[in-house]
Design a protein around this ligand. Structure first.
Ligand code: NAD
Ligand code: TDX
Length: 363
């Protein structure tokens, strides 16, 4: 019998290897799971790139009971030696590790491929080696709605063809194809999730919502790409982390699950709402040169995840209010995230764009 069919339920309490657990969504997952206080043990493996931040785990590390169930290892998922040493004692691997920003993938694609393809391969090989020793581990690959490409109308279903259009989304598509191929070829117990645009506390300030909130706090310019009518489906980070945990526990081996946010909005509507929460004027918004190959719209069908028993809990208005307020209250966190290479990245991405920007019409 294939290992995947033999066991798809995690033992209770489980031991989970969370890769990329110091990033935005991975750290939310770690905080949520450990705060249940149900005995689950987590090892975080994180390379601490510019996007990884130990401070994202400070809340659990300062709680004795939770800290005792967390181990942090700084390292690269593409390093088979490090990965091999961590795999012995785990029941599941949840792979959040990735380079995650589309604009950076356009400037410098290579790291996206190394982590998103070779890194996933190294993790899968380590899981397969465990299976060969009779020690089963489930592998969950965290993927994205961007693998479907730009969806002009309707809602993507899990069975739709993938059509990624940026180096970021192409690497993500490759990673999940590889994961499913291990299920088919070797019987590895793999599940894949495709989450939509996620937002919330601890979101790196390079992404739309936190960039615009933090720039607006400083009365700085908000660089809106093109006409600002691109559409995204917004998913609160707590719901994304919760849905991933749900799929880890209940997902069928070999299957892929969309995680929509059920809050589709044009970018300029998102900007209007965050400015209203902050009490800042629209005049901060600048129309700048568009992102090359900019996907016009993402939208996914969530019926497969609903049938598995998951429902999101946070409306966009509540989630956005909580997010804006968190950034207002946690200035030290986001100012630290805007250190290191931040200014050189910002100048490269926005310098010429802002210099040539025009007033952004409101309508
Ligand atoms: P993030 O950039 O905030 O965090 C990524 C984390 O991975 C960081 O802690 C980083 O240090 C770590 N990392 C990067 N390369 C690594 C490597 N080679 N080895 C070990 N650790 C490494 O990203 P995020 O927004 O939290 O996204 C997490 C995952 O969710 C990614 O796989 C992303 O593709 C996916 N996703 C994100 C969104 C979103 O809107 N943010 C939506 C859908 C899916
Ligand atoms: O300065 C900006 N101006 C702007 O108009 C930035 C950073 C973004 N945008 C637009 C581009 C998109 O239409 O806002 C929208 C959202 O942009 P991002 O926050 O960069 O997210 P996106 O490219 O949609 O990808 C996100 O969701 C899917 C995550 O970054 C990915 O990791 C995830 O897979």
């Amino acid at each position: 019998m294939e290992p995947a069919a033999r066991q798809s339920r995690l033992p209770d309490p489980a031991r989970i290897l969370v890769t990329g657990g110091a990033g935005f969504i991975g750290s939310a997952y770690v905080r949520d799971v450990l705060s249940r206080r149900d005995g689950t043990r987590i090892t975080v493996l994180d390379k601490l790139t510019y996007a990884g931040n130990r401070a994202n785990l400070a809340r659990v590390e300062s709680d004795g009971e939770q800290a005792a169930r967390l181990r942090f290892v700084e390292g690269d998922i593409a390093d088979p030696v490090v990965v091999g040493t961590l795999m012995d004692d785990v029941d599941a691997v949840v792979n959040f590790a990735a380079e995650s920003h589309v604009d950076r993938s356009i400037l410098e694609p290579e790291a996206f491929l190394v982590t998103g393809v070779i890194g996933v391969h190294v993790l899968l090989e380590a899981v397969r080696a465990q299976d060969a020793k009779g020690r089963h581990a489930r592998f969950l690959q965290v993927s994205t709605d961007e693998v479907y490409g730009s969806v002009e109308q309707g809602h993507s279903k899990e069975t739709d063809a993938l059509a990624p259009r940026s180096p970021y989304s192409a690497a993500k598509a490759a990673g999940e194809h590889l994961a499913r191929s291990y299920h088919v070829t070797y019987g590895t117990d793999v599940v894949v999730t495709r989450g939509s645009n996620t937002y919330g506390p601890y979101h790196h300030p390079e992404k739309l919502i936190p960039l615009f909130v933090t720039n607006a706090i400083d009365d700085g310019p908000l660089p809106l790409y093109g006409d600002g009518l691109q559409r995204r489906d917004w998913l609160f980070v707590g719901d994304h982390a919760g849905a991933i945990e749900h799929v880890l526990r209940r997902g069928v081996p070999g299957e892929t699950y969309n995680i929509p946010g059920e809050a589709e909005l044009a970018n300029r509507e998102v900007v209007e709402r965050l400015l209203a929460r902050l009490g800042k004027p629209w005049s901060l918004v600048r129309r700048v040169e568009d992102r090359p190959g900019h996907d016009r719209r993402y939208a996914m069908d969530g019926s497969k995840l609903h049938a598995l028993g998951w429902r999101n809990r946070t409306s966009f208005d509540d989630g956005l209010a909580a997010t804006v307020d968190w950034f207002v209250d946690n200035e030290a966190w986001w100012r630290a995230a805007r250190s290191g290479d931040w200014q050189s990245y910002y100048d490269r991405q926005y310098g010429a764009r802002l210099a040539a920007s025009t007033e952004a019409s409101r309508g």
